[in-house]
Design a protein around this ligand. Structure first.
Ligand SMILES: *[C@@H]1O[C@H](CO)[C@@H](O)[C@H](O)[C@H]1NC(C)=O
Ligand SMILES: *[C@@H]1O[C@H](CO)[C@@H](O)[C@H](O)[C@H]1NC(C)=O
Ligand SMILES: *[C@@H]1O[C@H](CO)[C@@H](O)[C@H](O)[C@H]1NC(C)=O
Ligand SMILES: *[C@@H]1O[C@H](CO)[C@@H](O)[C@H](O)[C@H]1NC(C)=O
Length: 345
């Protein structure tokens, strides 16, 4: 069964990676062996097969790195320091200093009293590092009908993305501790918060008292809209705090993964928070991270668990990020959950 699944897995991945793989597919052998071996075993084989594939050179570079130097949380901690720098706080920011933008490193924002007053004293987790078992929930169509809700709810800390809809509780759960907000979705769905603010506040409230996390200082135009989110929440729903990603943290993280061979224009927010979770949590479980159009049984999947609207092209390279996740999964650094969750009997 597992073997079958992983062959399917390899098929789907290969299938999704365009052109020229028919030879590779023919070489996949299906043995009669029935003894169940861990999925990881097959994914390791899969990984070795990937290494032989010319078309995946850049991913090959990335995976090779991990063969030579295992990813250690300490490595991320000393390089990126999510526990002290994930968000701008009064603890890591001084009144009067300049914040350099993540992408446009020539642009900066002065931390005047107005900005400083928006910052929380410290990170929501204070000085403690252990957030316990964290569930990082992506928005992939693989979550649809997954029945993962209960498992996700049982995590100590749940991270979600782009104010994902919460009306699929049996598949995605109900608990959220941190949810990202993409400034572009405020422009597209909430008129930039220039008019009615209640629809946005209600959307945020569907995540309970979760903090909202925004990349306010990545691109110049994000800043103003992020401030509007801050004031909207402060005035209408103060129990739900707004946090700004530290642009230095995001920049360091980007460099960190580039050095490890990941080639992309910009890391996806899922990948960013997966990295932060590796530093902050004792155990990291990923749900809804599956960038392919087919599931393990070759059934087609919607783009998100809540709709089938295609993602913007050319910004994120999900399959490449996924290769790294698969690699870390096979090393036991994190746990990927694809498809249905086991229902506890
Ligand atoms: C692999 O990485 C090295 C160093 O980063 C680079 O010079 C080389 O071009 C990469 N190979 C491919 C095929 O991308
Ligand atoms: C992480 O950041 C905090 C707060 O800025 C600092 O106290 C700590 O020394 C940093 N840790 C590392 C490993 O750089
Ligand atoms: C951050 O705050 C904690 C407790 O409030 C304090 O112990 C620590 O020294 C502060 N770190 C910095 C870099 O100011
Ligand atoms: C969730 O809400 C959306 C928008 O209101 C709706 O289109 C969708 O059918 C709902 N899904 C479920 C499972 O309730």
């Amino acid at each position: 069964m597992l073997r079958r699944r992983c062959l399917k897995l390899s098929f789907v991945i290969v299938f999704s990676m365009t052109t020229g793989f028919s030879l590779f597919l023919h070489r996949l052998e299906i043995s009669e062996e029935t003894a169940p071996l861990p999925l990881e075993h097959y994914c390791k084989n899969l990984h070795d097969k990937f290494l032989a594939m010319k078309q995946l050179k850049s991913a090959q570079n990335a995976t090779k790195f991990f063969m030579e130097q295992l990813l250690h949380r300490t490595d991320l901690r000393s390089s990126c320091n999510a526990s002290g720098k994930l968000f701008l706080t009064r603890n890591n920011t001084k009144l009067g200093q300049r914040i350099t933008y993540e992408v446009d490193r020539k642009a900066f924002k002065l931390v005047d009293k107005m900005v400083y007053d928006m910052l929380p004293e410290t990170h929501p987790w204070g000085t403690s590092r252990g957030l316990g078992r964290c569930a990082v929930v992506g928005n992939g169509g693989t979550l649809r009908n997954s029945k993962c809700g209960a498992e996700i709810n049982s995590a100590d800390f749940v991270i979600r993305h782009n104010l994902a809809p919460m009306n699929y509780s049996s598949d995605v759960g109900v608990k959220t501790n941190l949810v990202t907000v993409n400034p572009s979705q405020i422009t597209e769905s909430f008129q930039g918060l220039c008019h009615a603010r209640r629809p946005f506040v209600e959307k945020a409230a569907s995540h309970g008292d979760a903090h909202l996390a925004i990349a306010a200082f990545s691109y110049g135009p994000n800043t103003e809209i992020s401030f509007r989110i801050f004031y909207t929440m402060r005035d209408m729903r103060p129990q739900q705090g707004v946090l700004y990603f530290h642009p230095d943290y995001l920049m360091t993280l980007d460099r960190y993964w580039r050095k490890k061979g990941l080639k992309c224009i910009r890391l996806s927010s899922g990948f960013m928070l997966m990295s932060a979770a590796l530093e902050l949590c004792e155990k990291v479980d990923l749900y809804g991270f599956w960038p392919f159009a087919l599931d393990l049984f070759e059934k087609s999947l919607p783009n998100h668990y809540y709709d089938n609207i295609p993602a913007k092209r050319g910004v994120h390279t999900m399959p490449e990020e996924f290769m790294l996740l698969l690699e870390m999964h096979s090393q036991g650094v994190l746990q990927l959950h694809i498809g249905e969750c086991q229902t506890p009997s």
